[in-house]
Design a protein around this ligand. Structure first.
Ligand code: GCU
Length: 672
């Protein structure tokens, strides 16, 4: 095995007080006994008890109801039709010498077991434990951008552990992946890239289905549904049809047959994720059809099997002219989808990126969330830090995702934050949830940067319970992954919690975004996308910078929000300062709330950002004796890459704006 166990590391705890109750496990009921998921749950408990506590727990099954009603010794796993529980929820309750994990389904028992393990591995006492947990989101899904040749689009942790040389890979890691995912409540995964190229189009054919069925069986044992990204042009590419028009009878028949075949082989299959009419991918626009036509056609074919069709809203013109100040990429998701509200079948879910652009370090929340009222929605975030340091620079993203989830859209008077909307609470929907583009690969530590695993862990925990705080998630993760030593926990948490603001400081200021090297997106290149076709401009000149997205004089994007947000963004005095340059063109001498001019703010934050990275490195050095040597060294190496990246950003950005503006730094620091 050439990889570590991340947060399922199970460090030994020598002085644990509640060992006795963990020495035997009882599974109650025939249904539980026959479930592979419960089997896995029991094995997880046994494995964890052995490694963390040195206990070899015995396991027994009770068949009849009377017996199991009376069971009250050790850990007791029970299926029970408790209506207060969601189908995946559970309760854990200590009664005398029994620790009861109860759920309505085997999945609930699995999640309850992992909850118990999480508590034990953090050294929590079980005495008096009494809790009930229901997931806040029904769909908690990983999106892998893995290609069949083994590469990963925007992958920064090695190659795929799902595919290699156009083959599906199944090995020990497949199961360990499922364990990691299930342990944080993930219940669905899309294993291939949204850009479905070459061999990946064939994943829905007999060439691959038997192997995928094997993989899906492993996932199902951990409560995870397998989804595939599919190619909208598959009827042409593999079906030999002349078109993939969603209203064409032959195309419809082709998909029906194809989907039936998929379900014959993989009865538990989840459904498809589709990127259509986006960045060169095929879609319904070619035939003058709408995205509702395209999505509904596939959804209807999936419906008999309870399959779900997830349709991405990342649809924009990527052939823009930089001279054109009216066309605005930020507007596009809303413009393309708002009129289709209510026109999608009930098993269609629109998947919307958190911001209107593309996972920048700072963006406003996509206005589409506050606009759609009769459509199922999934929020898409990106754990793979494509624009936030690529798992070389540290950027703990949970605080960003929390801000997004807590954002009030004003779609309704009460209860319309993003968390409310994507959980289905706002419009009483059940097919909703949260997706992340994952940051995993076949590197030893799964995520390239050891500390980037906090984003993967945190995504799952947050998707399960959007009410958890970023610091709480960080503490859980550090304790399970590294150590319960308070110095380690508090120092690593401090480093994590500062990392997003720090990254923002040394990169692009006040929501303007981009300024990155084209194509690979790591490191600064201020004009890298400025005169390009992607619609990603900063519009800097000798007087100022920023994009005017107001209704009054700009692209009108600000008007896509509900009031009072639209007016707030429209006016530069009320626009939240961290997004000022996203919404407004601002002069260099404009005074910010801090009293500083814009240009001085740019200089200062860039110097501060580098100092903060230096400070992180100092803090990390203080942990040398307290961490495993390999972890310490790997992270130290990443920090030194981050420091040189931060300096490069600082000097390029400051120099660029110094040259444009001609304004001296008030503190006379070195600008080139
Ligand atoms: C970004 C990213 C692409 C990706 C796309 C998407 O543009 O750079 O690699 O395919 O997002 O989300 O579909």
């Amino acid at each position: 095995m050439n990889y570590n166990k991340c947060w399922l590391n199970y460090n030994l705890i020598e002085d644990y007080s509640d060992k006795e109750i963990l020495s035997n496990i009882t599974v109650c009921g025939k249904d539980a006994k026959e479930s592979l998921i419960v089997d896995n749950a029991v094995n997880e408990l046994k494995d964890a008890f052995r490694k963390i506590l040195n206990i070899n727990a015995s396991c027994s099954y009770l068949k009849n109801e009377k017996e199991y009603d009376e069971a009250n010794l050790g850990v007791i796993l029970k299926l029970r039709d408790n209506q207060e529980l969601h189908s995946e929820g559970y309760l854990i309750k200590q009664i005398d010498k029994g620790l009861h994990i109860e759920a309505r389904t085997d999945k609930g028992l699995l999640y309850g077991s992992f909850d118990l393990i999480r508590r034990i591995s953090q050294g929590e006492t079980l005495d008096g434990l009494n809790l009930m947990e229901n997931p806040k989101n029904n769909i908690r899904i990983f999106n892998h951008w893995d290609n069949m040749d083994g590469s990963i689009e925007r992958g920064y942790s090695g190659n795929s552990f799902f595919f290699e040389n156009d083959q599906v890979l199944i090995n020990e890691r497949t199961r360990d992946y499922a364990r990691l995912a299930a342990s944080i409540g993930i219940n669905a995964t899309v294993i291939n890239n949204v850009n479905v190229l070459e061999a990946a189009t064939d994943l829905i054919t007999d060439r691959y289905l038997n192997k995928l069925a094997e993989m899906s069986d492993i996932f199902e044992g951990y409560g995870i549904k397998m989804y595939l990204s599919a190619n909208f042009a598959a009827p042409i590419e593999i079906g030999g049809l002349p078109v993939s028009d969603p209203l064409d009878k032959d195309v419809i028949l082709w998909w029906e047959k194809c989907i039936k075949n998929v379900y014959d082989k993989i009865p538990g299959f989840g459904g498809f994720l589709i990127k259509a009419d986006s960045e060169g991918r095929p879609g319904p626009f070619t035939y003058g059809r709408t995205h509702a036509d395209g999505a509904n056609m596939l959804a209807k074919a999936l419906k008999p099997y309870e399959g779900i069709l997830i349709w991405r809203c990342f649809v924009y013109n990527c052939l823009q002219d930089w001279r054109d100040y009216k066309t605005d990429r930020a507007r596009s998701a809303y413009d393309n989808f708002i009129d289709l509200d209510g026109k999608f079948d009930d098993n269609v879910i629109l998947q919307i990126k958190n911001g209107p652009m593309d996972f920048q370090v700072r963006e406003p929340v996509s206005p589409l969330f506050g606009g759609l009222k009769k459509t199922n929605m999934i929020l898409e975030v990106q754990a793979a830090q494509e624009y936030t340091g690529q798992q070389k620079d540290l950027c703990y993203l949970i605080p960003m995702w929390k801000e997004i989830l807590d954002f009030e859209t004003h779609a309704k008077k009460d209860g319309s934050t993003i968390a409310d909307i994507v959980s289905g609470r706002t419009y009483d929907q059940d097919k909703c949830g949260i997706a992340t583009v994952t940051n995993t690969g076949n590197d030893y530590n799964w995520t390239g940067h050891d500390l980037a695993a906090a984003n993967l862990y945190g995504f799952g925990r947050l998707a399960w319970d959007t009410g958890l705080s970023a610091i709480q998630i960080a503490r859980e993760w550090v304790t399970q992954t590294f150590s319960r030593d308070e110095k380690v926990v508090s120092t690593v948490c401090e480093i994590l919690m500062k990392s997003w603001p720090t990254y923002e400081k040394y990169t692009s200021p006040l929501g303007i975004g981009w300024m990155v090297n084209p194509n690979h997106h790591y490191g600064p290149n201020i004009d890298g996308y400025e005169y390009d076709r992607w619609g990603t401009y900063h519009r800097a000149d000798r007087n100022g910078l920023g994009v005017d997205r107001t209704v009054k004089s700009g692209t009108g994007y600000a008007g896509q929000y509900n009031e009072p947000l639209a007016s707030m963004y429209e006016d530069k005095e009320t626009c939240p300062e961290e997004l000022l340059l996203f919404f407004h063109y601002i002069k260099y001498d404009y005074k910010l709330k801090s009293g500083k001019t814009l240009i001085q703010h740019i200089y200062d934050t860039h110097f501060e950002g580098v100092e903060e990275v230096e400070d992180m490195i100092e803090k990390w050095k203080g942990l040398k004796e307290l961490l495993a040597e390999d972890v310490y060294e790997r992270v130290s190496m990443r920090f030194s890459m981050q420091l040189s990246n931060a300096k490069e950003w600082r000097d390029r950005v400051n120099t660029y704006f110094y040259r444009k503006s001609g304004v001296e730094d008030e503190h006379g620091r070195k600008i080139y």
